[in-house]
Design a protein around this ligand. Structure first.
Ligand code: PLP
Length: 381
């Protein structure tokens, strides 16, 4: 009698989809002690230093540390003092982009993305503008810069405000200019899946003095210091401990972006030999941070659907994610805006056929090679 061998997964321990590359602990402990001894544990010297370092890195006038990218988006929208109305945004994004709009009682108007770059399609934005439109939000999806010039042109011609969800934007650039200085303001995330991280946090970047001032006051309940707030803000301040980690994390950014671009090259070199696998296009003149590495599965040509590939890779202890599925316009939280049946063909196609593979700044080449070998084997089945 033969006993059928239990198939062993390709990896003994799960390879995570992502994990933070953190600064060495030695770089943190001394100053951590100083913070504790000073008893100034929030919104003090480290926050100022972090803001100055980020502003210099991004080449912007103002970088304002906040508690998250989401609160940053909320505060930018508040700072713009928009009349209630519509805000145009992509559906192929993380839902936080839309939450910020809804918290302000604006109506989110979801539009389709470019099928190659996955970023909001400026032509679709133009078609969606009505007399009620107040603002446009672009998202640098997976770190791939939006078509910033085209969006700036639409905003200028239609007299709309333009902001960017730059959650994935640390390490991304357009014509050698870092993401952060486009539109009226941008909001970055510092949560653990992003390239620069400090646990939880965000950065608002802008060259607009008025937006900067209002975001600064807004993150402190709208209270400018006289206990008589002029508008309703949030507590969206950053603690000193987070800022300290942010300072050290930012120092690792350039090396980490190079590493991720190299890792993606390695993935693509092998996976592009398989039929039915597509990649997000990064236009010339742009650099992506590769916050995520997403592949597009054409089920017919590849011989297996995204869902089946997802399942098969998980069985091999390769953790993958269906970013972003369902697309935001079909999510329950936004059903009341009546767009869940809206035809956004590219967003739907991407949501149904994209798969994000493991990528983090310290991933080893050998791990990538092995993941590629598993995908090659699954294709051959
Ligand atoms: C992570 C993320 C956010 C939210 O960032 P927080 O800092 O957690 O608020 C917003 N938008 C996108 C596209 C994201 O990936």
């Amino acid at each position: 009698m033969t006993v059928r061998a239990v198939e062993k997964p390709a990896f003994e321990k799960p390879v995570p989809i992502t994990e933070p590359t953190l600064p060495p602990i030695e770089t943190l402990v001394r100053r951590y002690e100083e913070i504790v001894k000073s008893r100034m544990i929030t919104n003090a010297g480290c926050v100022r230093e972090f803001e100055a370092a980020v502003a210099a890195h991004l080449g912007v006038k103002h970088a304002i540390a906040v508690s998250s990218c989401t609160s940053g988006l909320m505060l930018i929208l508040r700072a713009m003092e928009l009349e209630p109305g519509e805000v145009i945004l992509p559906s192929f994004t993380f839902h936080a982009t839309a939450h910020a709009v809804v918290w302000h009682q604006h109506k989110p108007v979801f539009v389709d993305c470019d099928p190659e770059t996955y970023t909001i399609d400026p032509a679709e934005v133009e078609k969606a503008v009505t007399s009620k439109t107040r603002a446009i939000i672009g998202v640098h999806v997976f770190g791939n810069p939006c078509d910033v010039e085209a969006l700036e042109r639409v905003a200028r011609e239609r007299k709309l405000r333009l902001l960017f969800d730059a959650a994935h934007g640390f390490g991304s650039s357009h014509q050698s200019r870092p993401i952060g200085g486009f539109g009226d303001a941008e909001s970055f995330s510092l949560s653990p899946t992003k390239l620069v991280t400090c646990g939880e946090g965000g950065i608002v970047s802008t060259d607009d003095d008025l937006i900067a001032e209002r975001v600064r006051v807004g993150r402190n309940y709208g209270d400018g210091g006289d206990y008589d707030p002029a508008f309703s803000g949030l507590n969206a301040r950053m603690s000193e401990f987070n800022a300290l980690m942010g300072i050290e994390s930012l120092r690792l950014l350039d090396a980490n972006v190079r590493r991720r671009n190299g890792a993606v090259e390695l993935y693509k070199r092998r996976l592009s030999k398989l039929p039915g696998i597509g990649f997000q296009a990064v236009r010339s003149g742009n650099r992506s941070s590769y916050k995520d590495f997403s592949i597009f599965i054409d089920a017919r040509r590849f011989g297996m659907s995204r869902d089946r590939l997802h399942e098969a890779l998980m069985k091999e202890n390769i953790v993958v994610k269906d970013y972003f599925c369902p697309p935001v316009h079909r999510q329950k939280a936004f059903a009341r805006f009546g767009q869940s049946k809206k035809n956004l063909p590219h967003s739907d196609r991407l949501a149904q056929n994209s798969l994000s593979l493991p990528l983090f700044s310290h991933i080893e080449d050998a791990v990538i090679e092995k993941i590629c070998a598993v995908i090659e084997r699954l294709h051959g089945k």
